[in-house]
Design a protein. Structure first.
Lengths: 329, 330
């Protein structure tokens, strides 16, 4: 965290709680702590991964950064702009700089709009592009993502899942954003199509110098794609390191459990399974102490009393972990 | 009639859907043998016909528009396709049970979990409600649910996804089936829960001696859980073998491509290899070998473009459908 100026996006102590309303008077009965104190920074041109199981808050982090949900506390700085306090004008500007690729290529495209309109709409709305300039631009974008200009007048239902995801990528790139948030971009696709989209995203990154926040639950995909990876569990980052370091030397018991739970094709790499017992507890009633405590094989007394902070491991530089047992000496 | 150790054998199964836009041949000439007490995996991408094959075994292919146009499915000594609907009903859910991908939608939200399990038990066995209820509790315990006494009277919405899948399993094993068909049983679940559910299935298979037909698109699951595997592509089986041998040395270019395009943990590379193009739709299958437009080997070969290779044994216990596979033509 030394050279602060190089970061495109900095998130500090981000908290997003959702109130649960109950009863006739809709009183607030409690909070779901979807994101509970998340901090990370993404350098320009980097791919930052966010992994975790369903409900761990990874999508809410993305939505909070883009102000699609109201946040509870924390700071988000994009370039030099304070995102969470930005007014409408600045927010509109921000939407040009940050775009999102969604998971579901079926649900995220309007079935009544032609591909040309879907990809061109951000340009119309944000920059007032029109006429032949617009159609030229859309055609260029479509060829960039591996579709052709002939597709402009077609509708989403005429395309396969992989092609629809390409349309989603074209739309996300239409305003030449600096940061692209990919929310599970390949999890709905078939294996043979998955690799095509992942390669496409990498090629586009090289060509346009994009920065990615890459959200996924598939650890193998994240390892392939990302430079830095953060593992989330119940609204918090429990471990963060460079991808190669994290995958060769996972420290947090949760990360280890996740890795050992992945079915492997190569028999040689199949290690001892340490899948955690039980299921992810409710975020309504967080446990005292470490959130992973109740499922952790290495649980100590301290873990039940006090929550560990995300700290740099003393033995491995740049490897941050939130665990009493594995912070080094 | 039966080769020893084979529980279910499918011979030349073809299923078509007669739609307004034309005939979709969802499954063509599929043959496979599921051995007693073993796990047989059927892999392939969406739309390749693996689920339709499973539904044919249960005789649950929606008719119309679907129709089993050819083939036989021999279970024990009977051809399931020739049984009356009444006889079939005594097998379905009893001797052959099925669990589905979506544990959310395959349970009825207005009945308790217990009600749904005893329905299956009482349909196939002469048992009083209280006996069946006790059985239901027992099945839930076998499926690894904590506090089964209490859980049995809860509704599906009170449970998590992993728990619901356990309920589905409890229901499926309640009549001690000989064959359990698991159609993408863990696709909707997180990896840690996936491992737990697959462990449970393995344990039940060993303890109850049942066979499992595991339908999945995840080759990692095949490597860890399956004894035999068949790879399907565009309605046909393109390769069948012992799971370990198939993964170690795939013979069909499609299987090879699939394995290469997987990002693998710990084997980081700069680019992934890809299979170009898209999976063809059943209404518009290409002529010849259905994989030829995407095939790196036979793309320009006249024969691949015009004549479809049949599944043929190339080594003892290994079948493949590719003109270029070693040993395919003697």
């Amino acid at each position: 965290m030394d050279n602060t100026n190089n970061y495109l996006l900095r998130v500090d102590g981000l908290k997003t709680y959702f109130a649960i309303k109950k009863g006739l008077l809709r009183r607030t009965a409690g909070y779901v702590r979807a994101v509970d104190g998340v901090s990370f920074a993404i350098a320009s041109g980097e791919s930052h991964g966010l992994v975790g199981e369903s409900g761990c808050g990874k999508t809410t982090v993305a939505r909070s950064i883009t102000r699609l949900v109201p946040t509870t506390a924390g700071r988000v700085v994009f370039e030099k702009m304070d995102v969470l306090s930005a007014d409408r004008v600045r927010l509109r500007q921000l939407r040009r700089e940050i775009s999102i690729i969604f998971q579901d290529p079926y649900g995220s495209l309007n079935p009544r709009m032609t591909i040309g309109n879907i990809v061109g709409e951000p340009l119309k709305v944000q920059k007032g592009t029109a006429g032949s300039e617009l159609s030229n631009r859309v055609a260029t974008l479509l060829t960039k993502v591996g579709l052709s200009a002939e597709h402009i007048n077609r509708y989403p239902h005429e395309f396969s899942g992989g092609q629809r995801q390409r349309i989603g990528v074209a739309r996300a790139l239409s305003l030449e954003p600096k940061l692209v948030i990919c929310d599970e971009p390949v999890s709905a696709l078939d294996v043979s199509i998955q690799s095509q989209i992942l390669n496409l995203l990498k090629d586009l990154q090289d060509e346009f110098g994009l920065t990615y926040l890459f959200i996924a639950h598939d650890l193998a995909v994240v390892e392939f794609f990302c430079d830095v990876v953060a593992v989330m569990y119940m609204g918090k980052i429990v471990e963060r390191a460079e991808a190669t370091e994290l995958y060769h030397n996972p420290l947090h018991p949760y990360t280890r459990a996740l890795m050992s739970a992945i079915p492997r094709v190569e028999p040689a790499l199949r290690g001892h399974r340490s899948a955690p017992v039980g299921e992810v507890p409710s975020t309504l009633k967080p446990a005292v102490g470490c959130a992973f405590g109740p499922r952790c094989p290495r649980r100590q007394r301290q873990c039940q009393e006090q929550e560990p902070e995300l700290e740099e491991n003393t033995d491995y530089k740049g490897h941050f972990v939130a665990c009493w047992e594995c912070q080094g000496n | 009639m039966n080769e020893d150790g084979v529980l279910l054998s499918i011979e030349g199964l073809s299923v078509s859907f007669f739609t307004e836009e034309g005939v979709a041949r969802a499954v063509q000439d599929v043959s496979l043998q599921i051995k007693k007490g073993k796990t047989f995996a059927l892999v392939g991408e969406s739309g390749c016909g693996k689920s339709v094959t499973a539904l044919s075994i249960m005789r649950l292919v929606p008719c119309p528009p679907g129709e089993i146009v050819a083939g036989e499915i021999v279970f024990g000594s009977r051809n399931l396709l020739e049984l009356s609907e009444r006889r079939m009903r005594s097998i379905r859910g009893n001797k052959i049970a099925m669990i589905f991908q979506e544990p959310m939608t395959s349970l009825n939200p207005v009945y308790t979990v217990g009600d749904q399990i005893i329905e299956a038990i009482r349909l196939h066995q002469r048992k009083s409600t209280s006996e069946a209820w006790a059985d239901a509790v027992d099945m839930l315990r076998k499926a690894g649910i904590a506090d089964p006494q209490q859980r049995v009277s809860e509704y599906p919405h009170q449970m998590s996804g992993g728990m619901r899948q356990r309920v589905m399993i409890a229901m499926a094993i309640s009549c001690k089936p000989e064959l359990l068909i698991a159609d993408e049983p863990t696709t909707a679940l997180d990896v840690t829960i996936q491992a737990q559910i697959l462990d449970l299935l393995d344990e039940l298979r060993e303890r109850e001696g049942m066979s499992i037909l595991l339908i999945t698109h995840n080759l990692g699951i095949v490597a860890e859980r399956a004894d035999d595997v068949a790879v399907m592509y565009a309605s046909r089986i393109v390769e069948v073998a012992d799971a370990q041998r198939l993964l170690a040395e795939p013979l069909h270019p499609y299987t090879q491509g699939l394995l290469k395009s997987l990002p693998r943990l710990g084997l980081c590379s700069q680019r992934l290899e890809t299979i170009s193009g898209v999976v063809p739709e059943p209404l518009h299958f290409p002529p010849g070998c259905k994989f030829h437009p995407r095939c790196p080997v036979g793309h320009d070969d006249k024969r691949c473009q015009t004549t479809e290779p049949k599944l043929r044994e190339v080594q003892p216990g290994r079948c493949v459908a590719c003109w270029y596979a070693p040993g395919y033509e003697k």
